[in-house]
Structure formats: structure tokens, C-alpha cells
Design a protein around this ligand. Structure first.
Ligand SMILES: [Zn+2]
Length: 242
């Protein structure tokens, strides 16, 4: 049976959420949630998605939780933007009694997003938020950057970054729920692999080979990993041409 994912873009309607740097939290959360839905459906099979809102409306927090409960969702994912001085990404699960599954799911979702967003990882946290408390299934709430922090806001203004946050949420949810990747999944927004890059490439990080890759995506991941871990010089070299 298909897994049911309930996406909850935080705030909406008369509740803008946090507002700063010309951005409104309610607009960003809706965009991220819509991108998450797009990538879940595009890349994975055996998943159905419902949203607490698809436009600029404000269902109450209890109404959101109730909609997910009534639907019998397998996972509730509430998407927010932080404010109040800080930077980076953090996630929350309920600080009361929860299942071990909820903790496992948080680990899966959090690790995927934190590894891909390029932001400081503020950690996996717990709090008494209404949507986490009132939902009967596993639930998580993500806080994606600080709207009142200039550097975070700059990234949040970039539609490509919003799209990436959506894809990371989708990939994290898929990891938690063990969704199967569609065999023909072609990412719609990611650039198509450059045909010139097919063939085997080796990656040399600070003078030391860290691997050889025939698959474009793996090559890119390795380069990205090297840069994130503070590499000073990353060389990609053709080993053989096919
Ligand atoms: Zn919020």
C-alpha cells in the first residue's frame, strides 16, 4: 500500500509567520512544500501526498493535525522558516511520549537535509509544538534557515535553492519511509548529465585520489563532499573515455 505523506506548509492567510528581508515565511513554506510534493511524486513510487493548504489560507493548527489524523497519514512533515537570531537548519519532534519510529524518521530526514542545504546544522531537537503533539502518526517540523538573517534570506530568495530544499525534504522523507526510487526518474530541474562527462573519472582531493566514478551523479556527490569537508584543491580527471 502506498505510504501517505502529509505536508504542512507553516502559517498562511492572515498569519504570515516570520517576516523580514522582504520575505514572508508563509510564502516560502508553501513553495518548499509544493517542491517537496513534486519531487516525491516524480522520483519515488508508492507514495501519496496531501497538503494542509495549497494556497494562501490559514487552517488552524488543530485542523491541520486533524486532517492528517482523519486521512490516516503515515508521516506528517511541517515546514517552517526560523527567525530570532541564528543561522542554519534544525528539526523538531514532539518532546512528550513518541515512538522510536518518530526518532528514526527524524534522523533520516534531518541527515539528508542537513547534508545537502549547505547550512550550519543546528541539530535534532524536541519541542511541544501543537502539530507535533496533536498528530497521531510520526511527525517532524523543519526550520529552514533564519528569515531575519541576511545570508540565510539571500539563499531563501533564490528559487533554485527553494527547489533544492523541496528535493531534500522529498529525499529525506523517502529515506525515512523507505520509498522505492522510480527506475525512470529523471530530475526535471537538475541539469541533464553532460554527455562529455560519461566515462570513468577519478577525483583527487588535495593530491590524494578519493575515488573513481562512472556515474555522473556519484562523481558530483564526491566533489560536493570534498568541498564541504574543506578540501583546498579538487581535481576531476578522465580515466578512460567510452
Ligand atoms: Zn513558523
Amino acid at each position: 500500500m502506498a505510504k501517505k505523506v502529509f505536508l504542512d506548509p507553516g502559517h498562511g492567510g492572515s498569519d504570515s509567520g516570520a517576516v523580514a528581508n522582504g520575505l514572508k515565511e508563509k510564502d516560502l513554506t508553501l513553495k518548499i512544500a509544493k517542491a517537496t510534493e513534486k519531487y516525491l511524486k516524480e522520483k519515488y513510487e508508492g507514495v501519496t501526498v496531501k497538503m494542509s493548504r495549497t494556497g494562501d489560507s490559514y487552517p488552524s493548527l488543530s485542523a491541520r493535525a486533524k486532517a492528517a489524523n482523519d486521512w490516516g497519514a503515515d508521516y506528517y512533515v511541517s515546514i517552517h522558516i526560523n527567525a530570532g537570531g541564528g543561522t542554519g537548519f534544525e528539526s523538531y519532534i514532539y518532546n512528550g511520549s513518541i515512538s522510536s519510529k518518530t526518532k528514526e524518521y527524524q534522523k533520516a530526514v534531518h541527515s539528508v537535509i542537513a547534508a545537502g542545504d549547505g547550512w550550519a546544522d543546528r541539530g535534532m531537537k524536541r519541542a511541544n509544538f501543537a502539530v507535533l503533539r496533536e498528530t497521531r502518526m510520526s511527525a517532524i517540523l523543519t526550520e529552514n534557515g533564519f528569515i531575519d538573517r541576511a545570508e540565510d534570506a539571500k539563499k531563501l530568495k533564490d528559487s533554485k535553492f527553494i527547489d533544492l530544499l523541496g528535493e531534500l525534504h522529498a529525499d529525506g522523507i523517502a529515506k525515512a519511509l523507505k520509498l522505492k526510487k522510480k527506475s525512470n526518474s529523471a530530475p526535471s530541474s537538475a541539469p541533464a548529465p553532460d554527455p562529455k562527462l560519461s566515462g570513468l573519472h577519478r577525483v583527487i582531493v588535495d593530491g590524494k585520489q578519493t575515488g573513481a566514478f562512472g556515474v555522473h551523479e556519484n562523481l558530483i556527490n564526491e566533489v560536493s563532499r570534498a568541498i564541504k569537508s574543506g578540501a583546498k584543491k579538487v581535481v576531476v580527471e578522465v580515466v578512460e573515455k567510452v
